[in-house]
Design a protein around this ligand. Structure first.
Ligand code: AMP
Length: 173
């Protein structure tokens, strides 16, 4: 298995969820145990260069990668969720998406002061989602050591929005 195999298994869906958006569909990758496992291997290899306490996954496709990586690396998993889903006291942060706007939440006691955190999502587009997630980590007195993504849409310049944070993507379009 090589990185090209991961490129080839991402499905492009034009005009989803809105006209003009080319949606990168990762469900074929998740469906193939070989591809999914190899993708996790590549992400795990990147993370071997970082020291951290938690992987925070962004709902919902970020969860799919963050949770198995947290298990492989013996770190905790922290959910960053859409509004109204978390049962305990939470912090909120609103953000702009490539197609609309949204709010994310984290439990106020999700991190201990000074925790080192990797923020994980499936895809970096404009960077608004990840920036909001980073701010939530900081509201909990954590430090973001890396924003990690499977896919990066370079033409949307998300890394510029995240310029204050280390950022890595494995598949770049
Ligand atoms: P952004 O905040 O613009 O960086 O958007 C990133 C978030 O929106 C991630 O959670 C992605 O899953 C989702 N997203 C945005 N654009 C796309 C796209 N073209 N294909 C798949 N997911 C996308």
């Amino acid at each position: 298995m090589k990185t090209d195999d991961l490129y080839n298994i991402i499905r492009d869906v034009p005009d989803f969820p809105k006209p003009g958006i080319l949606f990168k569909d990762i469900t074929p990758l998740l469906k193939s145990p070989q591809h999914f496992s190899y993708c996790l291997d590549v992400l795990q290899q990147i993370l071997s260069d970082y020291k951290f306490d938690y992987i925070a996954g962004i709902e919902s496709r970020g969860f799919v990668f963050a949770a198995p990586l947290a298990d492989r690396l013996n770190t905790g998993f922290v959910p960053i969720r859409k509004p109204g889903k978390l049962p305990w006291k939470s912090y909120q942060e609103s953000y702009d998406l490539e197609y609309g706007s949204n709010t994310l939440e984290i439990h106020r006691d999700a991190l201990e002061k000074g925790s080192r955190v990797v923020v994980m999502d499936d895809l970096l587009a404009t960077g608004g989602t990840a920036l909001a997630a980073n701010k939530l980590v900081e509201k909990c007195d954590g430090t973001v050591v890396l924003d990690l993504f499977v896919i990066g849409l370079s033409f949307l310049n998300g890394t510029k929005v995240l310029e204050d944070y280390p950022t890595k993507t494995i598949l770049n379009f």
